[in-house]
Design a protein around this ligand. Structure first.
Ligand code: 6R9
Length: 650
């Protein structure tokens, strides 16, 4: 079995690594036995305006969930990513930007970046943005995205990034939910040579009453020289505003627990939640994990292919690397443009040392064959990373062999929007890798497995993955709804943070993430709440009822399988199927696009009227052996019809 395969740590790598096995053991032990001392020491990796004297003050008690780290210290995230590097590395490249078009790139030094951030921070101030205000960023992967993030942090504004692939409706809900005064966008985004009208989406979002009420100003980056609809009373060109702005903007002193950003993510019920991350603990955790997990050394060129719209982009393109004075590569394009060798071309062109991507991208490359990256020179690579979903051992082996040429450790990093940073990972100089296993906890992280009653299970076992105590990068709350935060993460299993993932621990203590145990599906590494897709579907006039489940998908990890019961008077046609697919795309965004839609005259329901998703999931998975007890169904014959009309899949 492939899971028995172990790749031991290369002694040469370990010798130069920040941590080897021995050091990991000693540091880990201190981090969990004496977190005060451990984090008290490592918190010093940041520059504090006022040093903290308190380190940890946290409780997971569901009556009073409260998480505070370094609470009496003050600092500024933008200062830590910029100002403090100016003296020693002002001329060093902070961001390498690689455009969608391979002929376009930029190298931005720490000094340049500092200047750009100061200018834009002054623009925000001039537009009336104050400390504590929320600014929504709806931007492609252009340097202005990082500039806007750091400019917000500089003046104590809270950014809320909405992934550019989300629809106007989803954007409107997030602008309104966060009470955002100002939106930063670009007129278009460029992906694979195509211009996508982002500003038009913002215009549409702001026709929604709530969003319109909240947002007063839209700052627009001119990414593409193309005509752009304009509202003089509201819209401001980015380029004009920064040209007129001063380069002098001191970083505001912030409390450690002041919010740094909100990031919306999907959950099993209800609307997406805006998770709140604060300044001190998050920055300590993001920077420390970036350095240790990727074994980042001064001078290395580091590339994470995520989008800043996701948490990975926040922690491991912007905040972690820049706090460490690293050179971080930001890529605007897609792996298949101009052709499938693009990732290899970028690695070669910029001499990338650490490469961090998602299993779905690896599988897409893998499908193109071993020579997919052409004759690209990949010899600068020292380490590879994976994030977003479980990496299947076949993809792991391919990544290792074809990209890493068998000489790069692979760090399979398990974490979540809620955790702020990497939680479970084989540290490259310390932990032997088992393909498919995220393996061992990072410093300060105490994973555990509990059964459905909340009893902790010891030894080799499978169960619900929970975390026993707080770590500095943890999300502090859901924006405006602490009760939901408590109910979602701290109520099912008392005294623990509930991750929503299942995991298995093997006899060596390695963790193997088995996937979500709730109604969240993971499509190409992106979280999608089944409830969100369902509520989009039932908003369509033809749909009486909808149920959404995940099913195994070769490329995406999981695909979206939809069961729809139509209102009477509507016919189940191919055309309607197409219409429903487009409907979901426009309600949520292309990432929520259903892969398979099955028209079902009836849903399997209990006598109390609850849809039995377990059965729908099994049918979608093509697994009828384990349908379980269907006798409690109101109408058991429904199941036969569902099986008979199951959508054909490859
Ligand atoms: C960072 C990020 C979180 C969910 C998480 C889990 C899945 C992420 C994983 C992984 C197995 C890994 N996940 N990394 N599963 N192995 N290395 O992806 O955050 O978008 O919030 O998703 O993704 O199911 O619960 P987010």
């Amino acid at each position: 079995m492939s899971e028995e395969k172990i790749y031991s740590v290369d002694p040469a790598f370990a010798a130069n690594a920040h941590v080897d096995a021995e050091k990991y053991a000693a540091m880990y032990e201190q981090s969990v036995n004496d977190p005060e001392a451990f984090w008290g020491e490592h918190g010093k990796r940041l520059d504090w305006f006022k040093p903290y004297t308190k380190v940890k003050n946290t409780t997971f008690d569901p009556h009073n969930v409260s998480i505070n780290w370094f609470e009496d210290g003050t600092l500024n995230a933008s200062y830590n990513c910029l100002d403090r590097h100016l003296e020693t590395r002002g001329d060093q490249v902070a961001i390498i930007w690689e455009g969608d078009d391979p002929s376009e790139d930029q190298k931005i030094t720490y000094r340049d970046l500092h200047e750009r951030v100061c200018r834009f921070a002054n623009v925000l101030k001039a537009q009336g943005v104050e400390k504590g205000d929320v600014v929504t960023l709806y931007l492609p992967m252009i340097p202005e995205a990082a500039v806007a993030m750091l400019a917000c942090a500089r003046i104590g504004a809270v950014h809320s990034i909405v992934f550019g692939g989300f629809s106007p409706e989803a954007l409107a809900a997030r602008i309104e939910g966060a009470g955002s005064k100002l939106v930063v966008t670009s007129n278009y985004s460029l992906r694979g040579g195509k211009a996508v009208p982002l500003k038009a989406n913002v215009d549409k979002a702001l026709t929604h009453e709530g969003a319109k009420k909240s947002c007063e100003t839209v700052v627009v980056v001119k990414r593409v020289d193309k005509e752009t609809e304009w509202d003089d009373s509201r819209d401001v060109w980015y380029e004009e505003a920064v040209a007129a702005a001063s380069t002098d903007c001191p970083a505001v002193e912030m409390e450690a627990e002041a919010p740094l950003f909100i990031l919306y993510t999907s959950g099993s019920t209800g609307a997406p939640k805006g998770l709140k991350h604060t300044t001190g603990g998050y920055m300590v955790y993001a920077s420390m994990s970036h350095e240790y997990v990727f074994d980042y050394h001064d001078g290395d060129i580091y590339w994470c292919t995520a989008d800043v719209g996701w948490v990975t982009g926040h922690s491991y393109i912007v905040y972690g690397p820049l706090a460490n004075g690293a050179t971080t590569l930001m890529f605007e394009g897609v792996p298949s443009y101009p052709d499938n060798s693009r990732f290899g071309r970028v690695i070669e062109k910029h001499k990338v040392n650490q490469f961090y991507t998602a299993p779905t991208a690896i599988r897409a490359l893998m499908q193109q064959g071993e020579d997919v990256l052409g004759d690209s020179d990949l010899s600068t690579l020292k380490l590879l990373g994976s994030v977003g979903e479980p990496i299947n051992p076949e993809a792991w082996e391919w990544y290792n062999r074809v990209i890493g040429k068998g000489k790069c450790p692979i760090v399979d990093t398990w974490w979540q929007t809620e955790t702020g940073g990497i939680m479970i990972v084989p540290l490259p100089g310390a932990t032997a890798a088992k393909p498919g296993s995220a393996s061992m906890p990072f410093f300060g992280v105490q994973p555990a497995l509990v059964d459905n009653e909340g009893n902790e299970i010891e030894g080799a076992a499978e169960g619900n993955l929970v975390i026993k105590d707080s770590w500095p990068g943890q999300s502090r709350s859901i924006w405006g709804d602490h009760e939901r935060f408590t109910n979602t993460y701290f109520s099912s299993f008392k005294g623990y943070y509930t991750t929503g993932d299942g995991a298995r621990r093997d006899a060596d203590g390695y963790y193997w993430i088995t996937g979500r145990v709730d109604d969240v599906i993971n499509v190409s590494g992106h979280r999608m709440g089944t409830a969100e897709v369902e509520s989009a579907l039932v908003a369509h006039e033809a749909v009486a009822e909808a149920a959404v489940v995940g099913y195994p998908h070769d490329l995406k990890g999981q695909g979206i399988y939809v069961y729809v019961t139509l209102q009477s008077g509507f016919e189940p046609t191919d055309e309607l199927m197409k219409e429903l697919r487009n409907w979901v795309r426009s309600e949520i965004g292309p990432i929520a696009s259903p892969d398979l839609i099955q028209f079902a005259p009836g849903m399997p329901k209990t006598r109390s009227g609850k849809i039995m998703r377990r059965i729908l999931r099994k049918i979608a998975e093509d697994d009828y052996s384990a349908l379980g007890d269907t006798s409690t169904l109101a109408d058991p014959s429904v199941v036969d019809d569902l099986i008979e009309h199951r959508m054909n899949r490859k």
